[in-house]
Design a protein around this ligand. Structure first.
Ligand code: SF4
Length: 463
């Protein structure tokens, strides 16, 4: 693109989805090992924004140690005669897309969870300053969203300054999210869809409703509406809600039709309020995962270190469901969805949640029903399934009543009751995509039998 002649690397949509592994990275910014990091968009009056101004507070990329990990705050301040604060969420989410257009630059996640890596090759080509990144963002914002007339950008890498601005960013997200609470799915005739993540999850479409926030937690129903209005050809689009097919599960005819069309028939049906049968496809940071031993849900977030109560880390759980798949019992979602009255409502909602990282529990405590909040275990009260069962019994968690009413989860496992040599399926799925050697093989209505299953952590390869 000629407008990027002064940028030392290529810039274009073909670099979206590029991954930079630890061994190939020059620096990491934000990410799981940095407690405080953020990106924030603010809409300001025209006379308060100096177009093209880039401010760097703290060390620039060229001053950072090779292989080092640093905190980062990004503030994008935009102005335009016909934009207002309703667009802040939309502008902010574009940071992710535009940064990923830069060759050798990887941006993951959003808001307080950003995880950025610059590759060594791009650094060696001269991409060694936030100035370059800021210039790319400035030009893309104005060309892709012409309604924006001026953009100034601040990069904060000084740890003390990141910590100083962090509460302000968190407050801004909360104010934005609170606006969308109160509106119900039944109150609107349009939902919104987002296909931004199809670059790495081809069969994923987020269905954004007033009561089901986008998976990334960055786009509310209001943001979706604003985005579809100002950029109708962009990644966010309106979905006619259509007929209510199943109120309990959250099935709408318009959602099914749109998802089918946008995934080229890969996903035909989405139930918005359940993690079973036809769950929303996954690509988010938070994961709800079914724990069969207690017939309940655990929830884990990307920044949770260590293993969850079922012995698996976030990365393994996320790998089980990411990429735009619908996997029974696994549910990628945003933290804001956990504040919704429709949160896994068809599965029992909060009465079905048995385990949460402490940090997440603290953040959403006021939204967890008062009679259940102390009955949900964390990593401090249950580190394995046996401890979890004991905790739930001691606290009289409502899930315990279902154990005795139905088959107790402590009953002998199915395998033990089977004759020696009998094979049970290790995987059953309506649609099971397998990636191998550059090919994608899709098995429909498959049952897979195996004498031995090896589950290997992908973490070391990915990070
Ligand atoms: S998670 Fe969903 S809403 Fe967020 S960018 Fe991806 S597709 Fe869009």
């Amino acid at each position: 693109m000629s407008m990027f002649k002064d940028i030392p690397v290529d810039v274009g949509v073909i670099y979206e989805g590029e991954r930079i592994r630890r061994n190939d990275m020059q620096v990491e910014l934000g990410g799981p090992s940095m407690k405080e990091k953020f990106e924030l968009a603010k809409v300001k009056p025209l006379d308060e924004v100096e177009d093209g101004k880039i401010t760097i507070i703290g060390p620039d990329i060229k001053d950072m140690k090779e292989g080092g990990v640093y905190p980062l705050g990004i503030i994008v301040e935009a102005a335009g005669a016909s934009i207002d604060q309703a667009l802040e969420g939309v502008i902010e989410r574009r940071i992710h897309g535009y940064m990923n257009y830069i060759e050798g630059f990887m941006h993951l996640n959003q808001r307080y969870d950003i995880w950025i890596r610059l590759g060594k090759k791009a650094f060696q080509k001269g991409l060694n300053s936030f100035e370059h990144i800021g210039k790319v963002l400035n030009r893309l914002f104005k060309s892709e969203l012409p309604i924006i007339e001026k953009v100034q950008i601040t990069f904060i890498s000084d740890p003390a300054k990141v910590a100083e601005f962090y509460p302000e960013a968190m407050q801004a997200y909360e104010t934005r999210d609170a606006k969308a609470r109160g509106l119900k799915d039944e109150d609107v005739d349009k939902f919104y869809g987002c296909a931004l993540c199809q670059s790495f999850a081809p069969s994923h479409v987020c269905v954004i409703t007033p009561q089901r926030y986008s998976n990334c937690g960055a786009i509310s129903w209001f943001d979706g509406r604003a985005s579809a209005q100002i950029d109708p050809k962009g990644p966010v689009f309106a979905i006619e809600r259509g007929e209510l097919v199943n109120a309990e599960k959250g099935e709408f005819s318009g959602v099914n039709e749109t998802v089918k069309k946008r995934t080229l028939g890969e996903v035909n049906k989405v139930w918005l309020y359940t993690a079973f049968d036809h769950p929303h496809t996954s690509c988010g940071c938070f994961e709800a995962f079914y724990i069969p031993e207690v017939d309940g849900f655990g929830v884990v977030n990307r920044s949770f270190k260590g293993v969850t109560v079922n012995g698996l880390p976030f990365s393994t759980l996320a790998d089980s469901t990411a990429g735009g798949r619908q996997v029974d019992g696994f549910h990628g979602m945003s933290i804001e969805y956990m504040r919704s009255k429709k949160f896994l409502a068809a599965d029992g909602g909060w009465d079905r949640v048995v385990w949460l990282p402490k940090e997440v529990k603290e953040r959403i405590k006021e939204f967890i029903p008062a009679d259940i909040v102390d009955k949900i275990a964390t990593e401090e009260t249950a580190q394995n399934i046996d401890a979890l069962k004991a905790f739930l019994k001691e606290k009289a968690h409502p899930i315990v009543a279902t154990w005795t009413a139905e088959a107790t989860p402590e009953a002998a496992p199915a395998e033990a009751q089977m004759e020696e040599g009998t094979m049970i399926p290790v995987a059953t799925a309506a649609t099971l995509p397998i990636m191998a050697g550059g090919f994608k093989i899709i098995l429909k209505d498959a049952k897979i039998y195996a004498k031995k299953v090896i589950i290997r952590s992908m973490k070391s390869e990915k990070s």
